[in-house]
Design a protein around this ligand. Structure first.
Ligand code: AHM
Ligand code: MG
Length: 339
């Protein structure tokens, strides 16, 4: 790309700032911190196969899951970068039981939620992994930030984004004015605008779900999966099945190409698996900004009032027509599989 046409993430953020009348640069400073942390994590992810940072860290996280070394490294890097930004009063992370209140910054106006390295079971097999972030304004008028301040509905996010460490490294984000994607140019270590104004197709040909859990799904989900696999030329079915088991990779593909991603409730996990604040809300904000849809099966993801920082939520997310069809079948499994 000719140099004159390159728009870096930093330039883009500065340009966008002028579109917000009350912008004072603080959100831009948070983005700068996220960008720096991303570059450091990217460096570590890229050399994961070469140095001794692969494998389990030995500990378990809040949810009793094994932590990989890179999870711990990424978590530390993002927390340090956000804490140093000077704009963040508290960081909540999928990897930490409790919120991390930033010393001396308790009055700052932003709250950031992070999943520092999602899909970490894929590290050892060299598949795509990612970082997810979500930014809220501190709502209370109290002097010090509280846990309650963190428990906001997703619709109050001021920004959300993800980084995918894939065959290239991309950062995709929204501040509520559409969705834009930036690809890291390794040679200059800059994220460059590569996917301006991402719009997700209203329908697609891909469904993404861990079908191994089929027997445990509610009847409506089973009916929708059967529908996806049924032959019907007029609706381009059967759809293709694509499931990496790394949310960002599955979501990113479907966002660009059209499709539906589902992590429904199962008998064992009645609330699904994914975390509302670290995974579902940021993805829901992004997909809605790109013209798609996200639901728990019962309500819009962004309308769920969190009661716990680490709560899970079922999710049906992606191209609007596909999510609507899935919801129709969830509610009426008895009419399924006849088109
Ligand atoms: P993690 O936060 O422990 O990495 O788990 C979340 C991941 C998602 O990236 C992915 O969509 C999901 O777990 C896959 O779960 P499953 O292996 O049950 O299909
Ligand atoms: Mg995760």
């Amino acid at each position: 790309m000719p140099f004159a046409e390159i728009i870096t993430l930093e330039q883009f953020i500065v340009d966008q700032q002028s579109l917000y009348k009350d912008a004072d640069g603080s959100l831009s400073r948070i983005f700068r911190s996220i960008e720096l942390a991303t570059k450091i994590v990217n460096r570590d992810v890229r050399k994961a196969g070469l140095v001794d940072i692969l494998g389990n860290h030995g500990g378990t996280n809040t949810h009793g899951e094994e932590q990989k070394k890179l999870d711990v490294i990424a978590n530390d890097i993002f927390i340090a970068a956000l804490s140093k930004s000077g704009e963040v009063s508290v960081v909540i992370s999928e990897e930490n039981d409790d919120p991390i209140f930033v010393e001396g910054a308790e009055e700052e106006k932003y709250i950031v939620a992070i999943d520092p390295l999602d899909g970490s079971s894929n590290i050892d097999v060299n598949a795509s992994i990612g970082t997810i972030f979500s930014i809220y304004r501190r709502p209370s008028n109290s002097k010090m930030v509280t846990v309650e301040d963190c428990l906001q509905k997703g619709k109050h996010q001021v920004a959300a984004g993800y980084v995918i460490y894939g065959s290239s490294t991309m950062l995709v984000y929204t501040t509520g004015l559409g969705v834009n994607g930036f690809t890291l140019d390794d040679s200059i270590q800059e994220f460059c605008l590569s996917h301006p104004n991402i719009q997700t197709p209203t329908t697609g040909k891909v469904f993404s779900i861990n079908e191994g859990n089929y027997a445990d799904f509610p009847d409506g989900v089973k009916a929708y999966i059967d529908y996806c696999k049924e032959k019907d030329a007029s609706t381009n079915r059967p759809y293709g099945a694509r499931y990496i088991g790394s949310l960002i990779a599955d979501f990113h593909r479907n966002l660009l190409k059209g499709g539906i991603f589902m992590y429904p409730p199962t008998e064992k996990t009645p609330k699904g698996k994914l975390r509302l604040m670290y995974e579902c809300n940021p993805m829901a904000f992004i997909v809605e900004q790109a013209g798609g849809m996200a639901s728990t099966g019962v309500e819009r993801i962004l309308d769920v009032k969190p009661t716990d920082l680490h709560q899970r939520a079922p999710i049906f997310i992606g191209s609007t027509e596909m999510v609507e069809k899935a919801l129709e079948m969830l509610n009426h499994p008895e009419i399924a599989v006849t088109n």
